[in-house]
Design a protein. Structure first.
Length: 163
């Protein structure tokens, strides 16, 4: 168990131009996070500054010993597994244990929701207060904000304000 964020994504959300907007925005978020003292690493949490943001995927982790699970977002949505052939969404999650890189995970999820809109659903073990640093990072880069109702999957939005 641990503090985790979740992302559902429509299986038909493979628009390269939307992914490219997220990829470029993510690079700006990483630069700002680094200026704010949040260093992220490769997917394994071993090499500072070696995060990935290319035409295939975005991937990063905290730097050991403050790493947990890799955050990743692919340009192409993985196909549904054989056991769930009727699925309409792909499910992904990232456990951060509230390590410093959680701020960048939250800001990146806000960016993804902003760009992909209804094609994605975000939920979290944390309430809106736990998202405050990620929202501040996102706002400092893009000059925009959001609300729990706009960010979180509908079934979680009302809960986020009470947490």
């Amino acid at each position: 168990m641990g503090y985790t964020h979740y992302l559902k994504r429509s299986l038909d959300s493979n628009e390269p131009e939307l992914y490219e907007k997220v990829r470029k925005g993510f690079i700006e978020l990483v630069k700002k996070a680094d200026l704010n003292g949040i260093t992220v690493a490769d997917a394994f949490g071993e090499k500072a500054g070696a995060w990935q943001a290319d035409g295939e995927r975005i991937a990063f982790n905290g730097i050991e010993p403050q790493a947990c699970e890799t955050f990743h977002f692919s340009q192409i949505v993985p196909p549904a597994p054989d056991w769930d052939k009727d699925a309409k969404t792909s499910f992904n999650f990232c456990k951060t244990q509230m390590h410093p890189y959680d701020t960048l995970v939250c800001a990146t999820l806000i960016l993804i929701k902003d760009v992909f809109g209804k094609q994605v659903e975000v939920s979290s073990d944390g309430g809106w207060e736990e998202w405050s640093e990620g929202l501040a990072l996102y706002t400092s880069v893009f000059g925009k904000t959001t609300t729990p109702e706009n960010l979180f999957a509908e079934e979680f939005a009302h809960l986020a304000e009470r947490w």
